[in-house]
Design a protein around this ligand. Structure first.
Ligand code: NDP
Ligand code: MG
Length: 391
């Protein structure tokens, strides 16, 4: 009995808005008691969602927007707060289920707080496991929280393991990748790609930076590291397969030769709903696949000469410790430089590789402060490498 207490960190983003949609589909205020919603710059959306669900607390990460949030919530009974510390405090309120969907490094401390305060954390923020997987899993185990993956590939693997994170007899996992818009382009043509070309993405509706990460396959590189931590895999157990239709969201290969896959429409609400309903499957108002209409599903191995991000991920997994944080920070710096047209598309991987080889070997991460320090050091090193290339 009783309504489930839920919190959404990053409620105004793409994942956050889809999560609100899933809450509506699964019974809305009758079924859920919203403890806290957090956002950053989109105050109207934050306030509207907090009013709709009768949230106890709404928080903007931007301290300069507290007055605006207070005005937007006037008379609603929703408490308002602002600033990064207030986001962490919201995450630390007891809840049955918390969606961790803040973008980037800003999500690390709130997600860690949520692991200590919530019975279940649905994890969208992939940066947590990429930059500090050991630390987050140690916190999860200490708190006894359930950690459920929302990234569609990892959610698919979790489903193919029947809702477990360490199924018996798993030999390998196969992460599918759309391959992005340059899937079949020759290397010379890829070198001249513009940010505008890289943003066009065929299947999923995504933000500009995520689209470029998809085109370079750095998104898949991050997901390999994420998978290693989530499912306690060795690097050589993680394969990547290009699948342009984005219908098979990932697969698990077992020791008897069986492969279990999860298929579905390219709609994040399926993954979010599985994490919210788990261990049961909720009814969701999403598109139904019609196999008679799907003329074909294609698969091809990725070309690591044109997509070196995959090799760099494997090297980071083998190096361990803060290698993931270093790869992620160098990738962010290189991505910004590409968007600013200071370096070319293929230079992004070269910058990451050079940053990693300059900063190796990598210490283990035992505290978030060390992760932030490694992030800053990698960005400084990458900036010097970018300056030298752009000159
Ligand atoms: P969005 O950029 O759409 O949303 C990010 C959310 O975080 C917004 O609520 C935003 O607030 C908030 N936010 C931004 N900066 C800060 C900050 N400094 N402090 C606190 N909150 C902040 O991102 P997505 O929803 O697309 O992605 C969220 C996470 O999920 C990412 O880690 C991403 O990699 C991952 N993910 C996303 C997928 C997708 O399909 N979108 C798929 C798989 C993983 P506001 O908008 O109000 O400024
Ligand atoms: Mg994904």
């Amino acid at each position: 009995g009783g309504r489930r207490r839920v919190t959404i960190l990053g409620a105004t983003g793409s994942i956050g808005r889809s999560t609100l949609d899933v809450l509506r589909a699964m019974g809305g205020r009758e079924a859920f008691e919203v403890v806290a919603l957090t956002g950053m710059s989109n105050i109207p959306a934050l306030a509207a969602a907090a009013r709709e669900f009768g949230a106890q607390l709404a928080v903007t990460a931007d301290p300069a927007r507290l007055d605006e949030l207070r005005r937007a919530l006037a008379g609603s009974g929703v408490r308002a707060a602002a600033g990064p510390e207030a986001v962490i405090e919201a995450a630390a309120l007891p809840a049955d289920w918390c969606m961790a969907a803040i973008l980037g490094a800003a999500g690390l401390a709130p997600t860690l707080a949520a692991l200590r305060a919530s019975a279940t954390v649905a994890l969208a923020n992939k940066e947590c496991l990429v930059s500090a997987g050991d630390l987050f899993l140690a916190a999860q185990q200490a708190a006894g929280a359930a950690l459920l993956p929302v990234d569609s590939e990892h959610n698919a693997i979790f489903q193919a393991m029947a809702g477990a994170r360490a199924a018996q007899g798993v030999e390998r996992v196969i992460l599918t990748a759309s391959g992005g818009p340059f899937r079949d382009w020759p290397r010379a043509r890829m070198a001249a790609v513009t940010p505008e070309q890289a943003v066009a993405h065929p299947n999923w509706d995504m933000g500009a930076k995520i689209s470029i990460d998809s085109a370079s396959m750095f998104n898949k590189a991050l997901e390999m590291i994420e998978a290693r931590h989530l499912f306690a895999l060795r690097p050589e157990q993680i394969e990547v397969l290009v699948h342009p239709q984005s219908i098979v969201h990932s697969m698990v290969g077992y020791r008897d030769g069986s492969i279990l896959a999860q298929l579905g429409p390219p709609d994040m609400r399926v993954a979010i709903g599985y994490a919210l309903g788990w261990p049961e499957r909720p009814a969701l108002p999403v598109e139904r696949l019609d196999f008679a209409q799907l003329s074909r599903l294609d698969f091809a191995p990725p070309d690591e000469a044109r997509f070196p991000a995959l090799r760099l991920a494997r090297e980071a997994m083998r190096a361990g410790g803060l290698a993931g944080a270093t790869l992620l920070a160098a990738k962010e710096a290189a991505l910004d430089a590409f968007i600013a047209r200071r370096i070319g598309f293929l230079d992004m991987a070269a910058v990451v590789e050079e940053t990693m080889s300059r900063l190796a070997p990598f210490a283990p991460a035992t505290h978030l402060d060390e992760v932030f320090a490694a992030d800053a050091e990698a960005r400084r090193a990458a900036a010097r490498i970018i300056d030298a290339r752009a000159a």
